[in-house]
Design a protein around this ligand. Structure first.
Ligand code: AMP
Length: 477
């Protein structure tokens, strides 16, 4: 086993083919996917002849002003929004990545994480390749450029067969867009369509990480890009190519638990349905004697609706979130306890005072936020605080594109539930069972999930052996 990359990107991608304002649709699509990454964003457009890129650090709406968009008019576009762990963020690593090679000019945007990128990079550097970024995504463009296949789709397929791990990709050449998913289907990627506009000869074809992006641009969801499928969209229409044999499907269950928006369809299933079912299942498995169900906004809201409906305990917004929190804030000299969390959340004393509260969140990672929130709810007068988490304990890092810290920082990797309860200061703490979570997300009905962050059992061999939970060495990989 080899080490995975230090990169664990959370990202959103979008692609547009055949629209007179493709740059604007890409921009709107990225805006709808902003929750998937807030560090940087980029769009590359094509007018059929040349590619026009623009990337910057920050939020989509701040980067893409009217002036910027007016200089990148195109009929084709791809876009990317990125969040990466601290220290990894720089404009150099922002996407899409654009390259010129003997296959022509192209650009690529990636959601997911390649687990054999370092190994490929060392091999290519040994042969003289010069890398410009330290992002795992760049190996794909090098492999495409170096491929002996003559056509661009052939070279793409060749490159994708060599990389391991999670990738939902969108790519653009001057006259085509492409979309591909890894053979296990770790991350989502949906295909949709906007009906032909007056004066146009074709429908507009769109791809996006989540279908919430389609709603904003008036597109209809058609189907998911299949695991192991490479789609090309050009003047000839949509062509589909199986570049790899199907592997056992392992779609990320955390997309349903936390990451995707509840108004999206992900892996063929509405996230709202899963998330509410997670809350209902949690209420059945871990009931609490309480007066109110309070979500940690926004991550716990939908599960809390399910918990309240199932338990019959009233749902109340006992914590209010300020949505306008930037990166850094000036703190008064007299330090405010839990300043960071207080900037974002404030308790509603009138709802909490004297109450037995069931606090619902989707996950406890390091435990530090939960500890501050429990303290905040108590200081607002709650009599009891019962913490309920709508997934099992997070015991292992993700190597497939979700930003989880290393094993030593994951509280559940090193502590029992009783010890975590003690640390966060709750009167009781319960997590959802693994089976309960899979059932709520309808495992086996349509989708088989990757649950490695809860089990330590990874679906690929290429993971950092130091990070793997002991269970992984006995489980199948
Ligand atoms: P903590 O236990 O203090 O590390 O933080 C738990 C909070 O982080 C919960 O409210 C989660 O919704 C949120 N969370 C969990 N996973 C992630 C992630 N990958 N990116 C950002 N926030 C997350």
């Amino acid at each position: 086993m080899l080490s995975s990359d230090k990169f664990r990107d959370e990202c959103g991608v979008v692609a547009i083919y055949g629209h007179p304002e493709a740059e604007k649709l890409a921009y709107l699509g990225l805006h709808a996917l902003q929750h998937r990454g807030q560090e940087s964003a980029g769009i590359v457009t094509s007018d059929g002849l040349a590619l026009r890129p623009y990337r910057d650090m920050g939020l989509v709406a701040d980067i893409f002003t009217e002036d910027v968009l007016s200089k990148m008019r195109g009929r084709l576009a791809i876009g990317h929004t990125r969040y990466s762990t601290a220290g990894d963020s720089s404009l150099l690593n922002a996407q899409p990545i654009m390259v010129q090679s003997n296959k022509g000019i192209m650009a690529l945007a990636h959601n997911g994480n390649l687990v054999n990128a370092q190994e490929i990079r060392h091999r290519l550097e040994g042969r003289g390749s010069i890398f410009q970024t330290n992002s795992d995504t760049e190996v794909i463009v090098h492999l495409i450029a170096l491929s002996r296949e003559q056509t661009l789709p052939g070279a793409m397929a060749d490159a994708l067969r060599q990389v391991e791990g999670a990738f939902s990709l969108v790519m653009i050449s001057p006259d085509r867009i492409f979309a591909a998913r890894d053979p296990r289907g770790f991350r989502p990627l949906a295909l949709g369509r906007i009906p032909r506009l007056p004066g146009e000869t074709q429908d507009t074809v769109v791809c996006a990480s989540e279908t919430c992006a389609f709603d904003l641009i008036g597109a209809t969801f058609e189907r998911d890009v299949e695991p192991g499928e490479l789609i090309a969209v050009g003047a000839e229409g949509i062509t589909s190519h199986r570049y790899a044999r199907p592997a056992p499907q392992s779609s990320c269950i955390f997309e349903h638990v936390y990451f995707s928006r509840p108004d999206s369809m992900v892996f063929g299933r509405p996230v709202q349905t899963s998330r509410e079912a997670l809350g209902r299942q949690l209420a059945r498995e871990a009931p609490a004697e309480a007066d109110v169900v309070v979500p940690v906004p926004d991550s716990g809201v939908t599960a809390a609706v399910g918990y309240a409906a199932e338990s019959g305990i009233p749902f109340r917004f006992g914590l209010i979130r300020n949505h306008y929190v930037g990166r850094t804030f000036i703190e008064p000299r007299q330090t405010v306890r839990d300043f960071g969390v207080k900037l974002k959340l404030n308790p509603v004393r009138t709802l909490l005072e004297g109450k037995r509260v069931v606090l619902i969140d989707d996950s406890i990672v390091r435990g530090t936020t939960s500890r501050k929130i429990v303290r905040m709810v108590r200081s607002a007068g709650a009599r009891e605080v019962h913490m309920r988490i709508s997934c099992p304990p997070t015991v292992s890092p993700c190597f497939y594109g979700v930003d989880t810290p290393s094993k030593k920082e994951l509280i559940a990797a090193n502590n029992s539930v009783a010890e975590i309860r003690e640390f966060i200061g709750a009167d009781s703490l319960a997590y959802l069972s693994l089976e309960g979570m899979k059932k709520a997300c309808a495992d086996g009905e349509k989708t088989t999930y990757c649950t490695a962050c809860y089990t330590g059992v990874y679906p690929t061999n290429w993971v950092n052996v130091d990070e793997v939970h002991p269970a992984a060495t006995t489980g199948k990989c």
